[in-house]
Write a protein that binds this ligand. Structure first.
Ligand code: ZN
Length: 231
């Protein structure tokens, strides 16, 4: 619990620092926003593969269970769960026409599964189940700093005061702490299924990249089009 709490407090702090960019660069051009989104997407994809899926496969192999089929199923389950939650929420909230509010919503919500993945990986590593989670935490710290700025800067551009825009930006990171504690708790009583839990968390993170970050990048006029069926 303690390592997961520490790691998620670090990522929340990074979100707050990133959101504070609004005080320095309140008018970041679209190209800069796209660069931040690209950084966030690449780091998250890397964290999902190197920090979650790889330890999941290694853990499964060490436990002597056939890894690949189970891992693929778990990844698909995690991705499906995130996608299902997103569709349900979109039905309730609609798709916001204003970038800042949409970013605030997307970033806040995805920090729950992201935090669970982080908490799970950190707790697993601290129990000696898998390798070190330090690189994963570092990647997520930088990733969250970019995301904090992605919330606060559009809000400022759309007329919110800098102070409020920062508050909303850093607030989007709080969900990660709650998620991390949930993930760490799951790692505690689910040691036997830990590789599958890690794989599902990796799938959830990849779903956030494909379903949230890349479409936002596309909305800014950059990147590739993601077919609706894949989100
Ligand atoms: Zn994120």
């Amino acid at each position: 619990m303690i390592p997961a709490l520490t790691a998620s407090l670090a990522t929340w702090g990074a979100t707050a620092v990133g959101a504070a960019l609004v005080f320095v660069l309140p008018r970041l051009p679209v190209r800069g926003m796209a660069a931040l989104l690209g950084i966030a997407a690449v780091l998250m994809g890397w964290a999902a593969i190197a920090g979650l899926l790889w330890p999941a496969l290694t853990g499964a192999r060490e436990a002597g269970v056939p890894g690949l089929a189970g891992a693929v199923a778990a990844v698909a389950a995690g991705a499906w769960a995130v996608s299902a939650i997103r569709r349900r929420l979109a039905a309730v909230t609609g798709h916001g026409p204003v970038l800042g509010r949409q970013m605030a919503l997307v970033m806040t919500l995805h920090h729950v599964p992201e935090g669970m993945a982080l908490g799970l990986a950190v707790a697993a590593a601290s129990q000696g189940e898998t390798g070190s989670a330090a690189a994963l935490v570092l990647a997520m710290v930088v990733h969250n700093a970019a995301e904090g700025a992605l919330v606060s800067i559009p809000l400022r551009r759309e007329g919110m005061s800098r102070g409020r825009a920062w508050m909303v930006g850093q607030g989007s990171g709080v969900a990660e702490v709650a998620g991390a504690l949930l993930g760490a708790a799951a790692a505690g009583f689910a040691a036997a299924v830990l590789p599958w839990a890690l794989a599902a968390a990796g799938g959830a993170m990849l779903a956030v990249v494909v379903g949230d970050l890349l479409p936002e990048l596309r909305a800014l006029g950059w990147g590739v089009r993601i077919p609706a069926a894949l989100r």
